[in-house]
Design a protein around this ligand. Structure first.
Ligand SMILES: C[S@@+](CC[C@H](N)C(=O)[O-])C[C@H]1O[C@@H](n2cnc3c(N)ncnc32)[C@H](O)[C@@H]1O
Length: 268
């Protein structure tokens, strides 16, 4: 049988999965870029690579995210390791990083990434602000092993509940992308390759956010900031939770798609 070529492999793969995913999977296997594939359609692909592509295509066709098949995901300026033990970092979460970097505070800060998962937020903040003391916590030891690969020695990691690792009034900023999907939400069907503990939080999705709003009152220094990611339809509720807990300057921020995605609040 003639060797498969770049073009024939892509054509077969797109019978099963999106063209973009097929190109990403093949480019990764060949150690090249998607752009290279366009001008090398007639190039032969060694049989072992072709076989590995077919296996990857089957995994993708079964619903496994491309990031998990490759074991990496780009976030901010970084390429992060990901496994089935962590949420795959989403571009939406880069909004939290932007807001944290713009927060009106002077001098080096102590910042906690609560529920760090792959370490995405902590790694991005410590790469941008090496003068900040960035800490990270998660209740999943398996997730923290991944975070350790992504954050290196720069970020101390703590296993435990959200804010357990820090003393009262010791933190200038708490940044968190907690689980915020309601239990039983139909969107969960499409997220079965990620840990359920990273996704859901109570019947209305607001249990973890409520805990963080409440607990951060004791943990933040006066003038410190709480930055929370939430669902596109939870902005009004999260703002109300922060205001009734006594925070000031509570603002809801939209992502690039115009969805309310993050709330920022200052402890007086
Ligand atoms: C939505 S994921 C966010 C992961 C990462 N920060 C990101 O943005 O990609 C939520 C994370 O919170 C962690 N988590 C859930 N409940 C927790 C708790 N009570 N205390 C600490 N972390 C918790 C989960 O293990 C998960 O890693």
């Amino acid at each position: 049988m003639a060797d498969a070529t770049v073009a024939t492999l892509l054509s077969a793969a797109t019978q099963r999965i999106d063209r973009l995913d097929a190109e990403i999977l093949l480019a990764n296997l060949l150690g090249t870029t998607r752009a290279w594939l366009f001008s090398h359609g007639e190039d032969p692909v060694p049989a072992d690579r072709a076989e590995r592509l077919r296996a990857r295509v089957e995994r993708r066709a079964a619903g496994e995210p491309t990031a998990l098949i490759l074991g990496v995901q780009d976030f901010w300026t970084l390429t992060l390791k990901v496994t089935g033990d962590t949420l795959i970092p989403r571009p939406d979460t880069e909004l939290l990083v932007e807001l944290a970097l713009q927060a009106p505070q002077s001098g080096p800060l102590t910042v906690l990434d609560a529920g760090t998962g792959s370490g995405a937020i902590a790694a991005a903040l410590s790469s941008e602000r090496p003068d900040w003391r960035v800490l990270a916590s998660d209740c999943s030891i398996a997730a923290l092993r991944v975070a350790a690969c992504n954050c290196g020695k720069r970020v101390p990691l703590f296993c435990g509940s959200w804010l357990q690792c820090v003393a009262p009034r010791s933190v200038d900023m708490i940044v968190s992308n907690p689980p915020y999907i309601a239990e039983g939400d139909p969107h969960l069907d499409a997220l079965q390759f990620e840990p359920i503990t990273a996704l859901t939080s109570g019947a209305d999705g607001l249990a973890a956010i409520g805990e963080l709003v409440e607990g951060s009152r004791e943990t933040l220094r006066p003038g410190g900031w709480l930055l929370l990611e939430h669902g596109f339809d939870q902005g009004r509720q999260v703002k109300a939770l922060c205001e009734s807990a006594g925070y000031t300057d509570v603002t809801v921020h939209t992502d690039l798609a115009g969805h309310e995605r993050a709330t920022m609040a200052q402890w007086p």
